[in-house]
Design a protein around this ligand. Structure first.
Ligand code: AOS
Ligand code: ZN
Ligand code: ZN
Ligand code: ZN
Length: 388
């Protein structure tokens, strides 16, 4: 059996990055239901993120989205983060919200549009230089709605060119994460539809280009843990965008739809020793909380990742290896299920108490009065929203 103290130590060190966009108002294409107490600028988003970190002890970094989080002075934003015990994480460029991008960004048939999109990617690397962020997190809305709309093969060439130019601009300690998605907003073809396409581009570029796995971007039934295991084996798993999907890319709370899938993913991570910081796998959330209050939803999400991780750490590796070697199909499956069916909440409560954190982070957050405070103090001004 895994040693209890080793498991606790691994859980103490686990870090999960929250996305700035999860703190702002968001909705569906039908309606955004505004909430009270929403941050009005990136500084206030960080204030809220600090609460998630305060009550979990596990969420010290925040991913930014440019231009949604555009500020005049990124050093001041970084300073604000530091003053809250946070740091700025992955930088996410946005090449999907301007008129010019109707037919795509870096894959657009018009060279002037491609140049504009590339300039934005390079600007985001400048921002990384200032914020000290180590990851440029790329997702492209590029794609086609109709057969024949544009040349699939030429678009791959354009994609390569822009990625190469961006990769060339990265500093030695910076890396590029390339996210894939097989649908939306384009529905006939996307330009980075799957992990194979992302992997091939990353392999062309060099070691500091890695695949980003957004758990919501797969067809139903896809074995995501296989993808994770494969990429880990090649040193190309850059990180995750964790979320749950019931149907498509609905970006709901990680672990909500299929906690067993999350456990299976974390099992591959633990098996490969990729939980440690040195493995450089970024565990990021990519979520939008449309109905539920945002800060407790993010706390819940961090807890869900921690619970899946704790179960993965409890897998008896020796027993599993033995059963696998013996060809014991039922026995090896039982080893995994034993770990998955363990109630790890008491163990995690202990980890928190050892770290001086309340054992029940959600209850502690509700007791803190922070929600009431922001509702009272953020009455004026425009709340931040997905896309603003
Ligand atoms: C889009 O579907 C991708 O998941 C992106 O990673 C992200 O959700 C978007 O860029 C909003 O920040
Ligand atoms: Zn994502
Ligand atoms: Zn997505
Ligand atoms: Zn998303």
């Amino acid at each position: 059996m895994p040693d209890r103290n080793t498991v606790k130590a691994a859980l103490t060190e686990q870090r999960i990055e929250t996305p700035s966009w999860a703190y702002g108002n968001s909705g569906t294409r039908f309606k955004t239901f505004a909430q009270e107490g929403i941050p009005r600028d990136p500084f206030e988003k960080l204030d809220d993120a600090a609460q998630v970190h305060r009550f979990t002890g596990a969420a010290p970094s925040v991913a930014l989205h440019i231009p949604w989080d555009r500020v005049d002075d990124y050093s001041a934003l970084g300073e604000h983060a530091r003053s809250l015990g946070l740091r700025l994480g992955a930088i996410n460029p946005n090449t999907f919200q301007e008129e010019e991008y109707r037919l795509g960004s870096i894959c657009n048939p018009d060279p002037a549009v491609r140049a504009k999109a590339l300039a934005h990617l390079l600007e985001c690397v400048d921002i990384m230089d200032t914020t000290g962020s180590d990851a440029l997190s790329l997702w492209f809305a590029d794609g086609l709605n109709y057969p024949g709309q544009d040349c699939i093969a030429e678009r791959q060439q354009r994609l390569s060119e822009a990625l190469r130019a961006t990769y060339g601009r990265l500093g030695e300690h910076q890396r590029m994460l390339l996210e894939y998605k097989f649908f939306e907003p384009a529905f006939y073809a996307t330009d980075v539809p799957d992990w194979g396409t992302s992997y091939a581009h990353c392999a062309d570029l060099g070691e500091r280009a890695q695949v980003l796995v957004d758990t919501g971007h797969h067809a139903p039934g896809t074995n995501i843990e296989f993808i994770v295991a494969f990429l880990l084996g090649r040193g190309r798993l850059g990180g995750f965008h964790f979320n749950s999907r019931f149907y498509a890319d609905d970006d709901l709370m990680v672990g909500a739809a299929d906690p067993f899938q999350l456990f299976r993913i974390m099992h591959e991570i633990v098996r490969a020793g990729a939980l440690q910081d040195s493995a450089n796998v970024a565990f990021m959330l990519d979520q939008c909380h449309n109905l539920e209050p945002k800060i407790p939803a993010l706390i819940r999400s961090v807890l869900n990742v921690q619970e899946a991780t704790a179960k993965a750490l409890l897998v008896d590796g020796d027993a599993l290896a033995r059963a696998q070697r013996d060809g014991d199909v039922l026995g090896s499956n039982a080893v995994l299920m034993d770990a998955y069916n363990t109630d790890v909440r008491p163990l995690l409560a202990e980890v928190r108490e050892d770290a001086g954190i309340a054992p029940d982070p959600i209850a502690a957050y509700h007791r803190s009065g922070y929600a009431e405070k922001i509702i009272a103090s953020r009455k004026d001004g425009t709340p931040a929203g997905w896309g603003a």
